[in-house]
Design a protein. Sequence first.
Length: 272
Amino acid sequence: MERLDWIEGEGFEALRGQRAALVDGPVYTLLDPTEYAVAVGEGDRARLIIVHTKPESATLSIDVGENAKLSIVEMFIDEAFVECSIRQQGGSLCEVTMAELTSANVSYRIDLDGAFARSELDGLFLAADKEHCEVGVRVSHNVPDCSSRSLVKGVAGGEATGTFQGLVYVAPGAQRTDAQQTSRNVELSTGARIVAKPQLEIYADDVKCTHGATVGQMDDEAILYMRQRGLSEQQARRLQMEGFVAAIAAHCAVEPLCEELYRRIVAKLERM
């Protein structure tokens, strides 16, 4: 079994049982959950790391109280199937950083239930060989004056496949909604395939909502530029990919894990 000393030791607190109330202080860790409920109380601040190292299914339920803040990093290092429900009350902030580093399937359903709630999600999947990655993000703006931003990037090589399914829902009366949902993807080979489907469903008229998706190949002009400055083609391609995914690691919502997350992303890219 892989050593996980990067989420152990002073400052980390492992969660047990099936539910927990999180408070400011420790970095909470949740390893291979199958069914778990998390709550952050009114005005509290909390940080949570979720790691999936087994091919299991999981259901996560997360409640973020009024004016509370929760920062989450979720990492997949084995094939897991996860459904995550996040409910936010007024004035709350939930930041999610997610990385699928192998075949995996994760679906986030985020409900903004109180005015001035804010959701920030940065996701990444890296699929090599014949791996398959799926990411779903549904953000529901159920009341006025909420904001959300979702950015999911994907890279597929070999005969790998990836799928992004997104939806921003704006309920009737949810005026002054500000929502962005973006999917950006790179296919490294002719056998790789990524499908991206961001969508908007809007029932209010005073809103600012955008969505977009791109699926393309590496920038040959940028590679040529780097090769003219002494880099090999392999080095140039690796640096371009590192630059593409680095923004996700840079937005890592739990600072103690940022370096480990970036190291694992780079290690996976070197094998693609």
